[in-house]
Ligand binder design. Structure first.
Ligand SMILES: Nc1ncnc2c1ncn2[C@@H]1O[C@H](COP(=O)(O)OP(=O)(O)OP(=O)(O)O)[C@@H](O)[C@H]1O
Ligand SMILES: [Mg+2]
Length: 235
């Protein structure tokens, strides 16, 4: 089986600053993988490097078998990747629905979710469809940011700290969303600080430290790995 995402020996820089020092990470189609680590470990940079949004990159990043290390960001996205950055990028002056309809469908990917499917999955967004971006709550903005990606047809989702700063009831809704997307066959890489949110959702875990993968294990090993996780994450 061709991996949805296969990263080998990835190094990345921001200008002169060398941030990733050889990241190895594999995600199979349909898997939910969580990237854990302390602040500054390099998790966001790993996602940005996959999208071609850092400075120089070295190593190999294959998306559905296609080498992307020398590709421009727009071409990488068209391989069917949806990146949801921490800052969400909801346009304040546009309505919820205008935000949703903004990005075009990706050429390389299959059809995206229809607006009806999206509203069935996110009833809050259906209710708020005519509300301005700024009027949406943090949770609604986060759902909109993910929903917007689903409309493009992306099947590999890179989600950076989607649960951050949100109320527990919203975090629960996001957890149900991940479970639903997994059941629909999406492949998901989540960066998470909120271990309680990530733990029950992930098939496999990667822990980053100083720009490298320090530890990787499957969900079945989670309990046995808790002592070393506690040490690495300081949770
Ligand atoms: N634009 C940038 N220019 C230079 N250095 C950066 C830039 N963005 C991040 N860094 C540095 O790269 C390292 C990794 O940062 P990154 O954002 O990937 O961490 P992270 O694991 O996502 O943690 P967190 O989100 O909690 O900060 C940090 O030392 C950070 O200071
Ligand atoms: Mg980050």
């Amino acid at each position: 089986m061709t991996a949805a995402l296969e990263i080998k020996g990835l190094q990345a820089w921001y200008g002169e600053s060398h941030v990733l020092h050889g990241v190895d990470l594999v995600v199979q189609p349909g898997e939910v993988v969580t990237l854990l680590g302390r602040n500054g470990a390099g998790r966001t940079t790993t996602m940005r490097a996959v999208m071609g949004l850092t400075g120089a990159r070295k190593g190999s990043i294959r998306v559905n078998g296609v080498e992307t290390i020398a590709m421009a960001t727009h071409r990488i996205a068209h391989l069917g990747i949806g990146y949801c950055p921490e800052e969400r990028g909801i346009f304040a002056s546009l309505s919820c629905e205008e935000n949703l309809l903004l990005p075009p469908e990706l050429k390389g990917a299959g059809p995206g979710m229809s607006v009806d499917e999206i509203y069935a999955m996110f009833p809050n967004l259906a209710e708020r469809r005519h509300s301005q971006g700024t009027r949406l709550s943090g949770g609604e903005q986060q759902m909109l940011a993910v929903a917007r990606i689903l409309r493009t047809g992306a099947k590999l989702l890179l989600l950076d700290e989607i649960s951050e700063g949100l109320a527990p009831v919203i975090v629960q809704a996001l957890a149900r969303m991940i479970t639903t997307l997994r059941a629909k066959g999406y492949t998901i890489v989540m960066v998470e600080q909120n271990f309680r949110f990530a733990a029950p959702l992930a098939d496999r875990f990667y822990v980053m430290e100083h720009g490298r993968i320090a530890l990787t294990f499957g969900a079945a090993e989670l309990e046995a790995r808790m002592p070393v996780l506690t040490e690495l994450l300081g949770v």
